[in-house]
Design a protein around this ligand. Structure first.
Ligand SMILES: [Zn+2]
Length: 433
């Protein structure tokens, strides 16, 4: 603002000219910020001023003030819109208020108006805001041109670059800053491929396709049953024959979900009967070999290319059409074998014993015959008192019904549980914010 260097003497001479002795009202109006705005315009000989001033008593009444001061500080023209302010020589309190304001400017102070006060507040707030922003991104040196800095899309762009780089290259330390890509999104995004990423994972785990080479390799690698860690690893991916009974008998959906999760995340079985069975299984197979005068071939996990998600781990193989399962009931280990001491056996009308068709062991035996494509199973029950061998024939109708349930269970419960573990990796259970 180029205001004239108006002095206290100039003001006094103005007041004396019009016989004004008291300026308290005008001083109060200036301090109370009754002036709304002051504008000035320089011309060759002086300065034109235009101001707006609130009435001292009525807030909603505003008076316009016009003033012309020559370069030699002569007040040539004054006019105010109030009742006492008619020009060209107006000298009302509003005019005096404006003169007081100009005097403040001469002293090097900013003229106090409502407009300047609001502007000051606004500039203070915005300076606070910019300070906060600055402290958030305290970049010491940014080599980019100014117009390329702080672009809204840049963070997303950079994140994508880092994540995509990782898919084919080594891990960069900066990748630790980002959460993993959403596997559900990946699966939906890549639906144009021959197999979806989820299907690809199932294929890689050999749960959808099995070659004869895969079958013999897995069988060899898993020999030794519970003594071989690989045996446990392969069983965790598939439905073992020992669970066929439970799956076929369970109708409650929630229980089936729990069952699938237990198969995928199994706990180590350490019950006394299982430990007892595991400790003596080879010894009992030797007894069987001697009694039957046959050679038992031990084996690992056997798979079937028609149902790659089922697996069987029989006690042993005999010839081309038979297999052996050995059981030793721990609670009846010192008893004679009857349908009472061994609950899964039943009297077959004559003097012989048969395996109850309702028991999980029967489902297990039929399941093993299905997977190994064999015709008969010698079900050996052992106690310290005696050994009983029960012949179980393959029963096609039973197998067909069981297979229906198993396929349904795999598609609806087991497959989602496997994908959750090996592909989605329980992504939904974590927050990466
Ligand atoms: Zn006035």
């Amino acid at each position: 603002m180029h205001l004239p260097a108006f002095t206290a003497e100039d003001l006094t001479s103005f007041l004396q000219k019009y016989g004004i002795t008291k300026t308290e009202n005008s001083e109060a109006m200036y301090v109370n910020v009754n002036l709304l705005q002051v504008k000035c315009s320089s011309v060759q000989d002086g300065v034109f001023l235009r101001a707006k001033c609130n009435s001292q008593t009525k807030d909603d009444v505003i008076y316009g003030i016009d003033m012309y001061i020559s370069n030699c500080l002569q007040i040539i023209y004054t006019h105010c819109e109030c009742a006492n302010g008619r020009g060209p020589y107006a000298h009302c309190k509003h005019i005096v208020t404006l003169l007081l304001a100009i005097l403040q400017h001469t002293y090097g102070k900013e003229i106090l108006t409502k407009e300047s006060r609001i502007r000051t507040l606004y500039s203070r707030r915005s300076s606070l805001k910019t300070k906060k922003k600055g402290s958030e991104s305290a970049v010491i040196f940014d080599p980019r041109p100014k117009d390329l800095r702080n672009r809204s899309w840049y963070r997303g762009y950079f994140r994508n670059l880092v994540i995509n780089y990782q898919s084919t290259n080594k891990k960069m330390p900066i990748s630790e800053l980002y959460g993993p890509a959403n596997p559900h999104g990946i699966n939906c995004d890549h639906d144009y491929m021959e197999v979806t990423p989820a299907d690809y994972v199932l294929e890689r785990l050999k749960l959808t396709k099995l070659s004869p080479g895969d079958i013999s390799m897995i069988e060899m690698e898993t020999r030794g049953r519970h003594r071989n860690p690989k045996w446990f690893a392969e069983q965790r991916l598939r439905i073992p024959t020992s669970e066929f009974g439970k799956i076929c008998k369970t109708t409650d959906k929630n229980e089936l979900v729990v069952l699938a999760n237990k198969l995928v995340h199994p706990r180590k079985k350490t019950s006394k009967s299982i430990l007892h069975e595991r400790a003596n299984d080879t010894e009992w197979l030797d007894l069987y070999e001697n009694a039957m005068q046959v050679k038992v071939e031990s084996c690992g996990i056997i798979l079937n290319s028609a149902f790659p998600y089922l697996c069987s781990s029989p006690g042993g193989l005999v010839g081309e059409h038979k297999l052996v399962e050995v059981k030793s009931p721990y609670s009846s280990r010192k008893c004679k074998i009857t349908s009472v001491t061994v609950p899964y056996l039943q009297q077959d009308g004559g003097s012989g014993l048969t395996l109850s068709e309702k028991h999980d062991f029967y489902y297990g035996v039929q399941g093993a015959l299905l997977v190994t494509e064999r015709e008969q199973c010698d079900f050996v029950v052992n106690t310290e008192m005696e050994t009983v061998i029960i012949e179980v024939e393959r029963k096609e109708e039973f197998i067909a019904q069981m297979l229906k349930n198993l396929i349904l269970f795999f598609e609806m419960y087991m497959k989602p549980a496997i994908l959750q573990k090996h592909f989605y990796k329980e992504f939904d259970n974590y927050s990466f914010q």
